[in-house]
Design a protein around this ligand. Sequence first.
Ligand code: DLL
Length: 435
Amino acid sequence: MQVKYFNEYAETMSRDEIKNVQSRKLCTLVNYVYTNVPSYREKMQKAGILPGDIKSVDDLKLLPFTYKQDLRDTYPFGMFATPMEQIVRIHASSGTTGKKTVVGYTAHDIDMWAECIARALVGAGVSRGDIAQVAYGYGLFTGGLGVHYGCEKLGASVIPISGGNTNNQIQTMIDFGTSVIACTPSYALYIAETMAEMGLSPDDNKLKVGIFGAEPWSEQMRADIEKSLGIKAIDIYGLSEVMGPGVACECLEQDGMHIQEDNFIAEIIDTDTGELMPEGEAGEIVFTTLTKEGLPLIRYRTHDISRLETKKCACGRTFARMKKVTGRSDDMLIIRGVNVFPSQIEGVLLDIAGTTPNYQIIVNRVDNRDVLEVLVEMSAALFSDEVRRIEDVEARLRGKLESVLGINARVRMVEPKTIARSEGKAKRVIDNRKM
Ligand code: DLL
């Protein structure tokens, strides 16, 4: 039976109740980390703050931020708040540079995480009786196991297939009657493309919804996925340090991702000044975990750019929503002095007919000058068209990129299927400059 909420009480609290719950949990958390995590105690002492100074969520802004570097400095387990005897799971994420960030979970943390995912799934229209194929990677990455436990908690039948082996994914989907697929949006597109190559149409499978996240994706990409797979494509957000997938997830309204606010407080700040931004304005999203025991985090800097909305959603949920992540403050490229976000480039590409969402951004330094090159795969239809049409599309892309970015870019339309596909997070940017 389809239910509307997994935890109706929590998911429909009034904004006042949410504030009270958060305030109460925050006070407990601050005492907890002050007692159990030396690096938090030192930071608070340095800032001249005692746990008793924090009386409600309004005081959160007094607390110092936590950075990925803090986790690296205490690698691997230095910021865990419990003895290892209580840690039942360890995940880790590898950044582009430096050491892994390691996350420990107690049994209670795993249960809270599973509940967050179960709530997210119900919001996306999933119920017991659904067959969920989890094609996120299983392993140190939180995607696979995170979604897996949530499916089990809800009571859906989970197929722990992990990422990759795309033909087998599709065969399994058809044979087992998979109704829910969970993977990165770029892998969803790859699956769709492979299905089409196999001569299959969306009617050949029972898929109804996809739970896609772990990387930024645009509305145009959503439209592509929904059309090619014949499903609703739901955006799910999370990061290993804070928990993993399910920190926030869209409901079927697809109008922002509900943050599990009884477990996390979200703030939007100005990345440069650290000041809080007014509601609705874009900035870096910062999370405080309220209930995690293993690795509690206070004001963790995500570098993800989003916006918050606290208005009640048409679905009935009262939890604040974070809007689609438009990029990361630290994936900004500076090209000839101009700030360029990959999401701006994707926006231009997907707006022009004849292109596909398979692209790569390459930056080189030639004779001390930055050169931005964008490789875009053309659609099969354009590929079979005249050379002049292809050149036309290239020229339009160049013009549009120049007007949006304020700098010129080389654009190269390449044949279908020449850019490597990803089974996990897509790698869109190759920056060959030695800084
Ligand atoms: O990607 C956790 C996850 C798994 C989320 C499966 C959703 C689904 P990390 O590997 O630590 O954890 O990467 C976290 O990925 O800071 C964002 O930059 C990006 N990210 C995650 N979800 C989204 C999303 C997982 N829905 C980093 N939209 C985050 C945009 C996302 N970016």
